[in-house]
Write a protein that binds this ligand. Structure first.
Ligand SMILES: CC(C)(COP(=O)(O)OP(=O)(O)OC[C@H]1O[C@@H](n2cnc3c(N)ncnc32)[C@H](O)[C@@H]1OP(=O)(O)O)[C@@H](O)C(=O)NCCC(=O)NCCS
Length: 183
């Protein structure tokens, strides 16, 4: 598969989560099969809990890619609230002005995944850009496993910079934190 023009991207908000929850969970189970087998943090149950928490946040949105009737990948994000724990988990604190949140300043991209047959087709970037396209936040942040430098390099090619490291949950990996300006 070398290109993805026939793949349709559909946006969903939190009110529509029940329409897509089974799809989000099923693709997670497929894409993270190895991690699920190796580390309880990645279990499907823990993912469902995180999804429940993230999708309860104001402004949560997902973009799901469909190739015919088949879901090929997705991303979802929500704005960081004013009293966010996101920056509190940084191992080296960032300057206060870099971490002040208003509920409208920073979009957190929580998940981006594409099933294997649709990798290297440009679909991941299409999903990502579609998710950002209608957002009003100033900037977007995401976490990437430092043991996956090629994924970090991909995000750098999309305009993200590494700004430090954080551990969002006590049993989570230490993640590289990346930031990109949106305007
Ligand atoms: C990240 C992702 C959406 C990017 O899709 P894409 O733009 O089509 O790019 P690719 O799949 O070619 O990934 C880019 C490189 O990162 C590597 N990579 C991707 N996911 C990886 C992972 N979970 N662990 C280790 N390496 C990974 C790929 O092997 C590739 O390296 P290569 O060029 O040497 O083959 C897709 O690879 C994916 O769904 N990965 C699994 C889920 C994931 O890791 N999501 C990111 C969480 S921060």
């Amino acid at each position: 598969m070398s290109q993805t023009p026939a793949v349709k991207l559909v946006r969903y908000d939190a009110e529509q989560i029940s329409d897509i929850r089974p799809t989000l969970v099923s693709l997670y189970g497929e894409v993270y099969e190895r991690e699920i087998a190796e580390d309880p943090f990645f279990s499907v149950e823990r993912f469902e809990q995180r999804l429940q928490g993230h999708s309860s946040r104001p402004g949560w949105e997902a973009v799901v890619a469909y190739d015919g009737g088949e879901a090929a990948g997705y991303a979802y994000a929500a704005a960081l609230p004013e009293r966010t724990g996101w920056w509190a988990h940084m191992l080296t604190p960032l300057p206060e002005e870099a971490t002040e949140e208003t509920g409208e300043r920073t979009l957190a991209l929580f998940e981006l995944m594409v099933r294997v047959p649709w990798r290297k087709t440009g679909l991941a970037q299409r999903i990502h850009e579609e998710l950002l396209a209608h957002r009003r936040e100033e900037r977007v942040t995401l976490l990437v496993d430092p043991e996956h430098p090629k994924v970090a390099a991909l995000y750098e090619s999309w305009g993200y910079c590494h700004i430090g490291d954080q551990q969002p949950f006590p049993d989570a990996p230490v993640y590289s934190t990346m930031l990109r300006r949106l305007r």
